[in-house]
Design a protein around this ligand. Structure first.
Ligand code: TRH
Length: 355
């Protein structure tokens, strides 16, 4: 049951670091809020990707450039600072003014990155009171997405199951010229060295659907000068169409954050390329996720190879038996997640509790 929170005015702040994850997550959150009747201003320093990610916009959502000054009407009632981006000082000062006038009129939430590591349960919902600077007097609340009931959960729009149930997978595949027997592999990745051996291994059975940008560049570099007929390069598509791509394929190679979550909802076998960090902190993060997933050994080996972990084995041979094993693992993970509240439902409950 969704908590009853009357419509609020939300301000979401998003700075694009690189790739599409920051804007992808913020857009899904903003659109879901709008669909649930809230008013959202999404302040973003580079909105260019929204042209293809969300070409039709979203009800209740206004996309605005990074604010040089406090916009008309002042700050909203709920402020989301995505991934520790820095809200402009003038805006912080206006938030503090509002708070001094009425402490219950404004709530500041820092939405964190997704991880399955144990610190997430400890840090979720912790307050950080500000003692100095323009935001003095305000409290920033940490909200951690995650995979267990003691975390903030994952974004999942209420209409997702209906959309998925209404999706005609067979017709979609026919339109792409994919046969019933083809193993359709969706590739959204950085530059995994294991692509070449995996591609060679699946040469006779797989059709590769390669997303634009880094994945396409990596494939072109790996296959030059060959032009294999089982590779097709896709144009960018909206997030909703990206979801359908994941539902339609038999094996999804995903990356980063948002596409991992969408691969989980798809219930198809997937392999995740985690966003690499310089100090290799992503290794622990990857292991924590595979532990939470209760991934079978073959899927662990595949992830070790795909993510170039030290001492990784060769990628396992991909056949129908291994895909069935990975599908069972993915579906069981999805079932556990579906039994939990989605991120926005939890966030609405949090706002209600703190208001
Ligand atoms: O692009 P990413 O690698 O983003 C990364 C991660 O989020 C990482 O955690 C973060 O630290 C870093 O950015 C800065 O992968 P991700 O998170 O899957 O985001 C991709 C988004 O792009 C997702 O919302 C799906 C969307 N997308 C489409 O909508 N259409 C497309 O055609 C494609 C290929 C992607």
């Amino acid at each position: 049951m969704s908590p009853i929170l009357s419509p609020r005015r939300w301000d979401i702040f998003c700075q694009v670091i690189d790739n599409f994850g920051d804007i992808g997550v913020c857009w899904r959150l903003a659109a879901d809020l709008g669909a649930r009747g809230h008013q959202v201003r999404l302040f973003i320093d580079d909105a260019s990707a929204l042209w293809w990610m969300a070409p039709h916009g979203g009800a209740g959502v206004t996309v605005l450039p990074w604010p040089a000054q406090v916009p008309e009407g002042g700050p909203g009632e709920v402020i989301i600072e995505a991934f520790g981006c820095e809200i402009p000082e003038t805006f912080l000062a206006a938030m503090a003014d509002r708070h001094r006038a009425d402490a219950n009129s404004i709530l500041w939430i820092n939405l964190e990155y997704l991880s399955a590591e144990s610190y997430v349960e400890r840090c979720h919902r912790l307050p950080s009171p500000l003692m100095s600077g323009p935001a003095a007097g305000l409290t920033r609340w940490f909200f951690y997405p995650g995979f267990t009931v003691r975390t903030g959960g994952l974004l999942r729009e209420p209409d997702l199951p209906e959309r998925q149930a209404a999706f005609d997978r067979k017709a979609w595949r026919a339109r792409q010229g994919l046969g019933e027997q083809d193993t359709a592999c969706m590739l959204f990745c950085y530059e995994p060295k294991a692509f070449e051996p995996v591609f060679a291994d699946t040469r006779s059975s797989a059709q590769w659907l390669v997303t634009p940008g880094r994945a396409a560049a990596a494939v072109r570099a790996a296959l030059l000068p060959a032009h294999p007929d089982n590779v097709r390069f896709l144009p960018p598509r909206s997030q909703r169409e990206f979801d359908e791509l994941l539902w339609a394929c038999d094996l999804n190679f995903v990356r980063g954050e948002d596409s991992l979550v969408r691969a989980l909802w798809a219930g198809q076998p997937f392999v995740w390329q985690i966003y690499p960090q310089h100090d290799d902190a992503h290794h622990d993060k990857l292991h924590a996720f595979l532990d939470w997933m209760q991934a079978p050994q073959s899927l662990r080996d595949m992830h070790a190879a795909w993510n170039e972990l030290p001492g990784a084995p060769k990628p396992p041979h991909i056949d129908t038996a291994i895909l069935a094993e990975w599908r069972a693992s993915a579906c069981s993970a999805r079932d556990r997640l579906l039994a939990q509240n989605d991120l926005l439902t939890q966030m609405l409950g949090f706002v209600l509790e703190k208001s």
